[in-house]
Design a binder for this molecule. Structure first.
Ligand code: HEM
Length: 432
């Protein structure tokens, strides 16, 4: 397949001001192991060679811009009128094949909070955000404790576990399934469906269908018998939506909160199991669970690169000429370590930002992760870590730290697996 260059990406653009495909700077392929083995080193090199806005090439040869400068990313996400999250604007659609591997992640325009823009997006946000906000934080904590304990019951007698597959990945979905109103039995199947979707393998398409079917059934069930949950609150909102819109918004909520929160848990546990400065927290120094979690949001935020934003018209950004319809990838992970805002990052003095929340892990602006969602994520991640440290206080890695493998993705930062060992703990249940 030849790499198309759309009419808007004309070669007229000056060097460093040029369009991604024709910039004098050879676009950086957005693939390869460096994006998950040493992303910060890669971002440093990119920033040094290309500046805050980098021409990149997506799989299949499609051009885009990667924004790695903190200020430029703040500028883009603060201007939803010029740079909406409107994938429909993309000037490459005519060239994108149906089986393009990034299509499920980039998405297509559809009537959900995640794939609408402007007034329509605000309409969906005004439905979803209050429904999340009304969830009782104490109840959320209780759900997290119960479900985390249940997952630990499953591994405690074994003495070994993979904390990603056995704990960090299923827990957020089980909690979110309860919050939106699913009985636990269905929560477990949704965890399997989302795993198949996230793996992006041959079963992904079928898994997407099952995911939608679960949500449509839930909408019908809550219409018949409302409860104290997110879905019932959305249905009670006077603003009219179709059942398909409710189902798509519930899919957006659950999918947006799944791997991100799972990676926050596993990245924080990795940090606590490998970095001396957190060693004492394993002995009960709970004060540093929050430090580790904040450190992760700055240094290895779960969403590293987000697709993204699309330019409504020709404009300038970070010394580059951006054409109408160009894709801007948000380099959230890179912006968080931009030396312009993080002197200590340059001096390697990490860890000084314990209480500082001005990282961009949740993005920024009108399309950012909703505040109640951030709080739900924080409660799930913190409770998960506290429960497992309580129940398995002698938790330790089962392999040398350098053998740990990251999720093979440029977009998400997480662990492929986190093998651990601990003294087997037999609960009354498994002795019977
Ligand atoms: C560590 C955990 C999480 C991270 C790092 C994270 C990050 C993000 C990011 C980067 C975006 C896109 C923002 C943009 O386009 O500018 C987003 C959007 C969103 N997230 Fe989260 N998220 C997390 C957890 C959650 C959870 C638990 C929920 C649900 C309870 C959730 C619900 C959403 C929704 C609904 C959106 C779309 C918001 C909109 O378009 O208005 N997220 N999140």
């Amino acid at each position: 397949m030849t790499t198309p260059s759309s009419p808007s990406l004309s070669a007229a653009s000056a060097p460093r001001g040029g369009c991604p495909a024709h910039a004098a700077d050879t676009p950086v392929p957005l693939s390869g192991p460096a994006f998950h083995t040493e992303p910060q080193a890669l971002y440093r090199t990119m920033r040094h060679s290309y500046g805050p806005v980098v021409p990149v090439e997506l799989p299949g040869g499609f051009p885009a811009w990667l924004v790695v400068g903190y200020r430029e990313l703040h500028q883009v996400t603060s201007d939803g009128e010029l740079f909406p999250r409107d994938v429909g604007l993309w000037n490459q659609w005519e060239h994108i094949p149906e089986d393009w591997p990034l299509l499920p992640m980039v998405g297509r325009p559809m009537p959900s909070i995640y794939f609408t823009a402007g007034a329509e997006h605000r309409r969906h946000a005004e439905l979803v955000v209050p429904a999340l906000e009304a969830a009782d934080p104490f109840e959320i904590r209780e759900h997290c404790e119960q479900l985390a304990d249940r997952l630990v019951d499953g591994i405690a007698p074994r003495g070994t576990a993979d904390l990603v597959a056995d704990f960090a990945e299923p827990l957020p979905v089980l909690v979110l399934a309860r919050l939106v109103g699913f009985p636990d039995a269905e929560g477990a199947d949704i965890a399997r469906v989302l795993k198949d979707l996230a793996d992006g393998g041959p079963g992904a398409q079928e898994a997407y269908g099952r995911f939608g079917a679960h949500m449509r059934r839930l909408v019908a069930a809550k219409r018949a018998a409302p409860g104290d949950d997110v879905t019932s609150r959305m249905l009670a909102d006077p603003e009219p939506f179709t059942d398909e819109e409710y189902a798509l918004d519930l899919m957006a909520i659950t999918a947006a909160g799944h791997l991100t929160t799972a990676d926050w848990i596993s990245n924080s546990l990795r940090l606590m199991l490998t970095e001396d400065q957190f060693a004492d927290s394993l002995a009960g120094g709970r004060r540093s669970v929050g430090d580790a979690m904040n450190e992760v949001l700055w240094e290895e935020s779960p969403t590293q690169i987000l697709a993204g934003r699309w330019a409504v018209r020709d404009t300038q950004l970070g010394g580059r000429t951006i054409r109408a319809g160009d894709m801007l990838l948000l380099g959230l992970g890179a912006a968080n370590t931009d030396p312009l805002i993080r002197q200590e990052a340059v001096s390697g003095g990490a860890g000084h930002h314990a209480a500082n929340g001005s990282h961009l892990a949740f993005s920024h602006g009108e399309y950012r992760c909703p505040f109640p969602a951030q709080e739900i994520a924080e409660t799930i991640a913190r409770t998960a870590i506290e429960v497992i440290l309580d129940r398995l206080p002698d938790l330790r890695l089962a392999v040398p730290a350098e053998e740990l493998v990251r999720r093979p993705s440029a977009f998400l930062r997480g662990m492929n697996a986190l093998p651990v060992r601990f003294a087997p703990v037999h609960t009354t249940g498994d002795l019977l």
